[in-house]
Design a protein around this ligand. Structure first.
Ligand SMILES: *Cc1c(COP(=O)(O)O)cnc(C)c1O
Length: 365
């Protein structure tokens, strides 16, 4: 569609155009039922089929084993910073946090705030989160759990190989790279992700939890809605779920499965898209610079880079805007540019950016 822009926002972010079109076609009258999904009772058989299919598609995509359960929750990834430790840890347990960005820090602080034992076992904060601390530098304790962020949305670093924690239970905030590549779910106690980066619209958080970690004795007197066990027992329908957001997530899952061809293909496509931008940075004779220290930690989803001066950063952003490339300004503490190119960001947007980078460099260096 000609009047659509290239949206490089870090979230909420670009959705697949075909998903938006399907939603538009189905908007007034979903599958002949005479109403919009937004107007349906969440207890209706129509809505039941929508949420069940969304879950089933996700199970197929990620090959989620029977030991794990998919949940559609509210409160964002931010609520999971507290809900995860509350539910999984007793006062005797502790959790090791590997911190390579603001979000990881927030997760750590929430665990401390609710009075549970959190250890910061590695952090790159002193170096403005320009890298992920390497495995050999983790000062892991004998904690039962370990928490980490797989992709650092603001700083553009990611674990390109997911770490292994032999006898610890891994908890992972996958908000900004969920569904960008295949993942062995069996290796995790809990994965959570706000949907608005890569999986759908804002308003729903996806969690995948190992069933044996649900409903531990100490959670018995929790507020009902803060207990994973409630959501597992009620198939994410304890109270009114964010029904429209889940419906759109379901369409996005289908898009990955049917139009992209699954997560291996999605990963290939993401690598090709990101490589074009990294090549443009690396072949610019230092005009564009990536703040990320280690090449093998470069994110496929969020690509920050800076120009020689803040004035050029501003000029770049302004001229990119004229070419319909929006939301490309870097985060406050990093400066420069950040191109977020999640799953649904089209190759054409990446090509437009890369061509512009080349033109801009020639004119301004
Ligand atoms: C965006 C983001 C969050 C916050 O998500 P909310 O859904 O707004 O609470 C947490 N972690 C990461 C890695 C993110 O990218």
């Amino acid at each position: 569609m000609d009047n659509r822009v290239f949206n490089f926002s870090a979230g909420p972010a670009t959705l697949p155009e075909s998903v938006l079109k399907t939603a538009q076609e189905e908007f007034l009258n979903w599958h002949g039922c005479g109403m919009s999904v937004m107007e349906m009772s969440h207890r209706s058989k129509e809505y039941g089929s929508i949420i069940q299919e969304a879950e089933a598609t996700l199970v197929r995509l990620l090959n989620i084993p029977d030991t794990h359960k998919v949940l559609f929750l509210q409160g964002g990834a931010t609520l999971q910073f507290a809900m995860a430790p509350m539910n999984l840890m007793t006062k005797e347990d502790s959790c090791d946090y590997i911190i390579a960005g603001n979000w990881g820090n927030k997760a750590f602080q929430e665990c401390e705030k609710i009075g549970l034992k959190a250890h910061k076992v590695a952090s790159s904060e002193e170096d403005n989160f320009t890298y992920i601390p390497e495995e050999k530098d983790w000062d892991l304790s004998d904690a039962k759990y370990v928490h980490y962020t797989s992709n650092n949305t603001i700083f553009g670093t990611c674990f390109n190989e997911l770490p292994e924690f032999d006898n610890k239970i891994a908890i992972c905030d996958m908000s900004s790279d969920f569904l960008s590549r295949p993942v062995d779910i069996s290796k995790f106690g809990l994965i959570y992700a706000g949907a608005q980066k890569n999986a759908g619209p804002a308003g729903v958080t996806i969690a995948i939890i190992r069933k044996d970690l649900v409903g531990l004795p100490h959670t018995k007197n929790f507020p009902t809605i803060l207990n994973y066990s409630t959501h597992v027992k009620k198939d994410s329908m304890h109270n009114t779920p964010p029904s429209y957001s889940i419906y759109i997530c379901g369409l996005v899952f289908k898009w990955v499965e049917e139009e992209i061809g699954g997560l291996d293909k999605m990963y290939d496509l993401n690598k090709r898209k990101a490589q074009k931008i990294y090549d443009a940075i690396d072949n610019s004779n230092g005009f564009y610079r990536s703040p990320v220290v280690n090449e093998n930690q470069r994110s496929l989803m969020n690509i920050p880079f800076v120009l020689p001066t803040p004035e050029l950063d501003a000029k770049f952003i302004e001229e990119a805007g004229k070419l319909k490339m929006l939301n490309i300004k870097g985060y406050r503490t990093v400066g420069g540019i950040r191109a977020s190119i999640y799953n649904a960001h089209p190759m054409k947007g990446v090509d437009t950016l890369v061509n512009f980078m080349e033109e801009f460099r020639k004119k301004n260096s």
